[in-house]
Design a protein around this ligand. Sequence first.
Ligand code: PLP
Length: 395
Amino acid sequence: MSDQNPVFIPGPTNIPDRLRRAMQVQTQDHRSPAFVNTLTPVLAGCLTVFGASEAEIITFPASGTGGWEAAITNTLSPGDTVLVARYGMFSHRWIDMCERHGLNVQIIECPWGSGAPADKFEAALRADTAHKIKAVLVTHNETATGVRSDIGAVRGAMNAAAHPALLMVDCVSSLASMPFEMDAWGVDIAVAGSQKGFMLNTGMAILAVSDKALAAMDSATLPRTFFDFRDMLTTNAKGGYPYTPPLQLIYGMAESLNMLFEEGLENVYARHTRLAEGVRRAVEAWGLRLVAQSPELYSDTVSAIYVPDGFDSNALTEHAFATYGMSFGVGLGEMNGRAFRIGHLGSLTDAMMLSGLATIEMAMADLNYPVKLGSGVIAAQDCYRKTAKPVLTEK
Ligand code: PLP
């Protein structure tokens, strides 16, 4: 019966029944007008979620990693310099991908638990008087550490240095759960996926691309075929795909956008903040510590939590699954064994969240953590009771 439990990994997320039903459609001809009528509003809806007015929305049958590859191969050439800060597993993996593509990666090393250092970006960009840096790459929400970075501050740093580099942002684990402002932050390429805030299964990389990034396409010489924006844009304009699209997932995207807009994006963000706050109160009540170094960095989609000295976070997540059938995120990279993660994004209610907190508390008690059973749940209950919005309003 453990497949009845919600997951508390930071994506893929729980898939609401409404979306599972929406994806239960028979195969249709993806060259038919019916497909055009489905795809076109999906692209328009995504634009709103990205906080963009004029960007091109480009989707690929891929995961978020494919989105990264599309972003760099369409805009850069071998030997180009990119500026990136490394402060977690996902910023690290994007760096690795750039290096494997023969880019010259200028890395700012930062402690895990910190965020994108706008001041250091500004210094590096000011020093680059020859404008060799072609792109600044930033992970908005570092899923490995539960850190949200200030993308507006990075844009401010680029403007202060009057630097023309492209700004590329990974919003894989933040889009549709936390505010994202492509226009206001001057983002040139934003990369997301279907399996996090959109509450769907994995399989679609979703990008928003500015005119400036599109202009870089013609001179960029990194090899690309499957991920070539040009093929996608030509066929999208006619409501189609250059190859076979993931039809059921696109139906899912259409319904996911309906759900997000019915709830209202502001309410979606506020729900994530409340859920996250309850988790943070629980962590405090347990006497444990978040990996994120300070409150302005706290992510509303995932909390990474250090285990006490002498404990192994892998043993905790393994025990929670083996005994109670519930999944929590393991510590990644530098955090492996030292921290576990609670995902709190997508389709989740207060009651679901409390079940996760109660379960990880039982697992900690079983493994003799110095944690008082019930303390975290009480702290979260207190937070949720005080901030609850009635589901039914009295007439
Ligand atoms: N970037 C971030 C911030 C992520 O959290 C993930 C996956 O969890 C990725 C990139 C990679 O995305 P995918 O696993 O969909 O390829």
